[in-house]
Design a protein around this ligand. Sequence first.
Ligand code: DO4
Ligand code: MG
Length: 294
Amino acid sequence: IIRFRGENSKPQLAARTTEGQLYKLPFKDFIDMIECARRKKSTPLTLVKGILRDSLPVGRKLDELECLVPIEAEEVWAAGVTYEKSRDERNYESSGGKSSAATFYDKVYDAKRPEIFFKSTKKRTIGPGETVYLRSDSNWQIPEPELGLVLDHKGEILGYTIGNDMSCRDIEGENPLYLPQAKIWRNSCSIGPAIRLAESVEDPYRFQIICRIYRQHTKVFEESASTSQLKRTYEELCSYLASENMIFDGTVLLTGTCIVPPSDFTLQDGDQVEIEIPGIGILRNPVKSQINQS
Ligand code: DO4
Ligand code: MG
């Protein structure tokens, strides 16, 4: 499911079939579609498939559209240290470059309770093509390419998207109590370009995640990982998020990163971040210093 700028600049919801065809959907947004499926006691995939039978094709290719954030999520939450790689890199940044004895990162990796933190609000979250900003008080900033779960108000998984949990390694490494400042600022979270309906995914632990970073049109970083390396189950993460909490239809839960650029790498003004999950899409965002924002 995508959202793009349609006629009269109005957001338009659309479905993309596995063959790559795009059809307009008669809903205000993703949540409106979920509510309609609920009213009809149907599932989102059955509802969409039924509509596609007599729906109008968009008539343009995906890369000709101005894709918008696929869901204006009230809240984005994130899980942390869910992959071995994340634990090891966080041990490194918090120990001044030395690998140290057991830390709270080791402890949370092994603990029953996962790390879940608040990441973003509707206004701080951007979509494909929009600019992610850098903080001016950090010299060590990276994208965190993550699979995002789109949830309903009970914490059930409605679909999968791509997320970038922008992070400041120096701020987090200085003191774990600085985590909100290392994670949350203007345009520090990007999601999109599509939501893959959960029912259409055979095995969500087989998503490949690829991250590429371009500097002056040259690729300066590329790495890939698989959600098969995840230490936790999605249900485990969702149940901790929903427990004793209040969540909303369309809440997004990022599931943690398994890709971390080399320790001498920091994002720069003018870079472009590209995160691809085959079967969902490619999330591209230019990077800018806030002082240079236009
Ligand atoms: O522990 C801090 C944040 C972890 C995180 O964002 C991740 O593992 O992706
Ligand atoms: Mg993260």
